[in-house]
Design a protein around this ligand. Sequence first.
Ligand code: ZN
Length: 116
Amino acid sequence: MLTREQIIEALTLASDVGCHTRAGYAALDGWVESDVSFADIADCILNGASLACRATGLSMPEYEEWIAYSGRIRCCGTTRGKKRCKLTVASSKRYVDPRAWLEASKAGGYCEIHGG
Ligand SMILES: [Zn+2]
């Protein structure tokens, strides 16, 4: 297995001859691409990190929730079964930008049933 440094060195050599590295991942409005660092690529190869998470700045659970809720904010309420409510915050807009979604998600909110 290559080391992190060897992977970065190989990618640097590829870049020196004109190769470009971009990550492709699912987003709200389809497939998008963005630049990623050689270090991120090495981490994905060696540690199973997600390029989508690296590109969006979200953890995997956050990324999955952002996609599953189409960029809307999930209610912070708890059901009678002691599980997190699956509805969206009553006033939630659709956040296409994952970092803006994360900020709004951390601020929280409630659906109409839980007082939103
Ligand atoms: Zn709720």
